[in-house]
Design a protein around this ligand. Structure first.
Ligand code: IDP
Ligand code: MG
Length: 141
């Protein structure tokens, strides 16, 4: 079964939206394989978003992502990567479709509540950034 990495970003935790967002995720048919709450150091945030190192928003993004606790989740579902991107909506909540998590809860393009992997290949890399093999044992069904 396909897996993706989700992060509930510091704004999600600060706004007490962890439960609501997880409820959307479960209602959409995703199984939670692994989940942890942690605070990234600026170095870890820089490493996670390394692909964006040349972008104008990189430093702000690193500061934001290391500004408070996050929740990292491994989610499982058929077509998990694409379906999760659809569930969260466009990066900018103003452009996100009605009913998507970012449209419902995000304040702006940076503080947009949730991260989702953008490909199966990146999902594998991102999952191993947060979780070890023994935390990733498949669910009994
Ligand atoms: P994504 O999260 O929808 O895949 P990316 O382009 O990969 O969007 O950007 C990663 C994160 O960087 C976004 O989720 C958002 O938090 C932040 N970001 C992206 N573009 C901008 C911008 O133009 N201004 C401020 N922050 C941005
Ligand atoms: Mg992205």
């Amino acid at each position: 079964m396909e897996r993706t990495l989700a992060i509930l970003k510091p704004d999600c935790v600060r706004k007490n939206l962890v439960g609501k967002v997880i409820s959307h995720i479960e209602s959409a048919g995703f199984k939670i394989v692994a989940m942890k709450m942690l605070k990234l150091t600026p170095e870890q945030a820089r490493a996670f978003y390394y692909v964006h190192r040349e972008r104008h928003f990189y430093n702000d993004l690193v500061n934001f992502m290391s500004s408070g606790k996050i929740v990292a989740l491994v989610l499982e579902k058929e077509n998990a990567v694409d379906d999760f991107r659809k569930l969260i909506g466009a990066t900018d909540p103003k452009e996100a479709e009605e009913g998507t998590i970012r449209r419902l809860y995000a304040d702006n393009k940076q503080e947009n509540i949730v991260h989702g992997s953008d490909s199966v290949e990146n999902a594998k890399i991102e999952i191993s950034f947060f979780f070890s093999q023994n935390e990733l044992i498949a669910n009994e069904t």
